[in-house]
Design a binder for this molecule. Structure first.
Ligand SMILES: Nc1ncnc2c1ncn2[C@@H]1O[C@H](COP(=O)(O)OP(=O)(O)OP(=O)(O)O)[C@@H](O)[C@H]1O
Ligand SMILES: [Mg+2]
Length: 157
């Protein structure tokens, strides 16, 4: 019979120093933000708030609206920076250090890239996002992030 592993050696929660919070402006991301703010404050951890401008989405929007890619991208970047500023103000009621990160590319790839590069201990992410409201399953970004991440992932519903 295979040995049962009852516990991962070491400590995973009390050693958290860096938290990644990926945000898209959705209700679930807002709930994930509340959890991440509390966790960062409790642990004295740094909070990296990440938004990824989805280049695939930009391309689609540019194509369907007949506008050029660069002006569509500029609009997404402007909106993304506003979004990040909003989360920063939302965090101001907590005692924590935040850093805003705007990336461009495929969201799950970039979220995991930031987590790896910054040696994050945990990613706190919403279970769903701005996609279909009637969805019964976990969102595609969260599904891929849990699959690709090298650290713990906390999914907030
Ligand atoms: N572009 C993004 N940048 C940063 N975080 C994101 C981005 N998109 C989604 N997220 C994060 O992932 C969570 C789940 O969103 P996800 O995109 O997986 O679900 P969905 O939009 O409902 O589904 P889908 O995108 O598959 O249609 C969000 O609550 C947010 O935390
Ligand atoms: Mg989505």
């Amino acid at each position: 019979m295979q040995d049962i592993l009852y516990r991962e050696p070491g400590r995973l929660i009390s050693t958290i120093k860096t938290i990644v919070l990926p945000v898209d402006g959705s209700r679930n991301a807002a709930r994930a933000a509340t959890v991440a703010f509390e966790l960062a404050e409790m642990m004295g951890a740094k909070l990296l708030i990440v938004h990824v401008v989805d280049l695939g989405a930009v391309q689609q929007v540019a194509k369907s609206s007949g506008s050029d890619f660069l002006s569509a991208l500029q609009q997404y970047v402007t909106n993304g920076n506003k979004l990040l500023d909003g989360y920063k103000s939302a965090a101001s009621g907590y005692k924590l250090q935040t850093e805003l990160i705007l990336e461009r590319g495929e969201p799950s790839d970039k979220i995991v890239h930031v987590a790896n590069e910054r040696k994050a201990d945990i990613i706190v992410i919403g279970s769903q996002g701005l996609g279909r409201e009637d969805r019964t399953h976990i969102g595609g970004t969260t599904d891929l992030v849990t699959h690709k991440a090298g650290c713990a992932v906390l999914i907030v519903k």
